[in-house]
Design a binder for this molecule. Structure first.
Ligand SMILES: Cc1cc2nc3c(=O)[nH]c(=O)nc-3n(C[C@H](O)[C@H](O)[C@H](O)COP(=O)(O)OP(=O)(O)OC[C@H]3O[C@@H](n4cnc5c(N)ncnc54)[C@H](O)[C@@H]3O)c2cc1C
Length: 317
């Protein structure tokens, strides 16, 4: 079922959902299940599975370093299928421009269609570690909007190299990313919102936001988005702070601000156990206010660990 249909069916009630990352190559999928199991009591209608870009690794061959390009966390579509099968829940694979040719994307979408996956999150992806700026992959898309157009075409039976007349077209519901504090490369929030409007006009059915820690930023973002005609659901993304280092890591990676009260509370913690608790309490307050404001879904970035998300969901749902 489509994310947008889940939202309609909820009739104004806020839904719970979360995002997971595939395990590092070679690790057991059971680790993932162990973290999903405790969250199923909150009845997520859908679970997102991220896709990681390829990266360079250096392999020692008799003293010579061999530079190889590899994906450390492959398996997004396989994981989506296995979660869907095991828990009978919808899954949303993240599909990237970076690292994929248009053909590879087409094959991935065909796999998703055969597997009964009804939703995809269409993203550009970030620059590779070695790059300062995002470089489109040869034969791939430069922007998420181009990927959205490819998915929309496929929904109409228009493949890259042929048009197929069929009664069995894919009908993917498409998610796109939004940034309450603007995307790091965007010259202004206004320009970034214009780009988001273009993604929605191209076929994005809903938006999931980057993490934010001050709800005012989300409310203002939604207000500005509505003012320029973005009328699809805008799902807030929530990440609980979990370790002290997040104070230094999160702002430069995601170009977000942390409220001073949150910084002070984290800095006052003796250890990361205490930080985790501060993160939980902050996310509970954020979630309660967003829920009271009637957001369609509260979407949590779990980063592979569920104990804190469970504590938040218990207090909010
Ligand atoms: C909810 C969510 C989930 C994510 N999941 C993943 C994941 O699984 N894997 C991963 O690698 N990354 C993920 N990301 C990160 C994302 O890939 C990066 O933020 C990336 O830098 C931008 O992706 P986008 O889809 O927003 O890009 P775009 O919408 O293409 O925007 C990228 C930048 O280009 C600008 N822009 C857009 N269109 C144009 C145009 N036509 N001309 C000029 N400028 C333009 C935008 O304003 C923006 O600054 C996620 C982000 C979010 C918010």
């Amino acid at each position: 079922m489509k994310v947008t249909d889940h939202i309609k069916k909820a009739n104004g009630n806020t839904l719970f959902s979360f995002e997971i990352i595939p395990p590092v190559k070679g690790r057991s999928i059971q680790e993932l299940y162990n973290n999903i199991d405790p969250l199923m009591e909150f009845e997520p209608p859908f679970i997102d599975v991220t896709t990681s870009r390829e990266e360079y690794v250096y392999i020692d061959r008799d003293g010579l370093l061999d530079k190889k390009l590899t994906r450390m966390r492959p398996g997004t579509v396989g994981i989506c299928a296995s979660i869907k099968h095991k828990y009978d829940v919808d899954t949303v694979p993240h599909v990237l421009c970076g690292g994929f040719t248009k053909e590879e994307t087409e094959y991935l979408l065909v796999d998703c269609h055969y597997l009964g996956i009804d939703n995809v999150m269409a993203l550009r992806g970030d620059a590779m570690k070695e790059e300062k700026y995002f470089e489109p992959t040869k034969g791939g898309h430069p922007y998420a909007i181009d990927l959205i157009r490819q998915i929309q075409n496929l929904n109409c039976g228009e493949y890259l190299h042929e048009v197929v007349e069929t009664d069995h077209c894919a009908d993917f519901c498409i998610g796109a990313a939004g940034y309450p504090e603007k995307h790091l490369e965007a010259p202004s929030l206004k320009t970034d919102l214009k780009r988001l409007k273009e993604k929605v006009d191209a076929g994005a059915d809903y938006v999931v936001t980057q993490m934010f820690f001050d709800n005012k930023k989300y409310f203002e973002f939604v207000k500005q988005a509505r003012a320029i005609g973005i009328d699809v659901p805008i799902i807030p993304g929530i990440k609980p702070i979990a370790v002290k280092r997040h104070l230094q890591l999160l702002p430069p990676i995601f170009r977000i601000d942390l409220p001073q009260d949150l910084i002070d509370a984290v800095e006052a913690c003796k250890d990361n156990k205490a930080v985790r608790q501060v993160g939980i309490e902050w996310a509970i307050e954020q979630s309660k206010e967003l829920k009271a404001a009637g957001v369609p879904v509260l979407h949590y970035y779990s980063m592979g660990k569920s104990d804190n998300i469970k504590a938040i969901a218990k207090a909010v749902f």
